[in-house]
Design a protein around this ligand. Sequence first.
Ligand code: COA
Length: 257
Amino acid sequence: MIVTIQRDEPVAVITLNRPDVLNAINAAMLDELEAALIGFRSDDGVRVVILTGAGDKAFAAGADIAELAAQTATSGREFALRGQRVFDLVEGLGKPVIAAINGYALGGGCELAMACTLRLAADTARLGQPEITLGLMPGYGGSYRLARLVGKTKSMELLLTGAPISATEAERIGLVTRVVPAVELMTAARALADKLARNAPIAMRYILDAVNRGLEMSTAEASALEATLFGLAMATDDMREGTAAFLEKRAPAFKGR
Ligand code: COA
């Protein structure tokens, strides 16, 4: 398998598994990633997904350059749309996806990490968008997700120079959530996933929706969406449980209803 899956409720781990080519993302990997995501989207036993790369060198060193080199104008457009669709599935999964960045996250690898909800990076990781050094530009969401995450100034520098940055620098500019020692990466990712999995899943889904969609909207539209989702959260058993647990000074037990 090019993408391996480990399901350990309430968390699932998806591993990009082409370590010989630094987990470069080819068409078959996109197909398998899409199938795994569609499975987890409707799997209520899985509350949080961790996405990582096989081996200790790379999360993913980009789209497969051998496949890229063979594209024409027409197929190149389809190539970009295909990757964008799969990465949109990551962003719109309705549950948090944690990127555990265990090494190089370059090009499509960085774009995939950016589609995730949160990003933990090993202190050995390097991130960047080197497409320009291939005479190319990002095609899997990098031009807009990077700017939305780190702002125009730093995204222009990363996109136009193509030079990768360290995990520490990525944390400083807001590209990753947190840097951890490489040996502790998966433990830290699992601890974060378990923490998220204890929270109310419907409210988490609404937060994901409010933030992701809110970023695309005017303030007036985002306010209206937020108020609607806030109202819907009031209708959940988990809201009753969470508020009752606080007033009764006990830990809440959320059921996802
Ligand atoms: N697509 C296809 N193959 C890739 C790849 C990619 N994006 N990135 C790495 N590989 C392959 C290499 O060709 C090499 O294969 P080989 O053993 O058959 O020669 C193998 O992975 C190991 O990579 P190598 O370059 O030898 O490792 P390194 O440690 O010297 O360098 C990188 C690591 C990440 C700096 C370097 O591999 C690199 O620059 N990769 C491309 C990054 C990129 O431009 N990504 C954006 C694509 S749009």
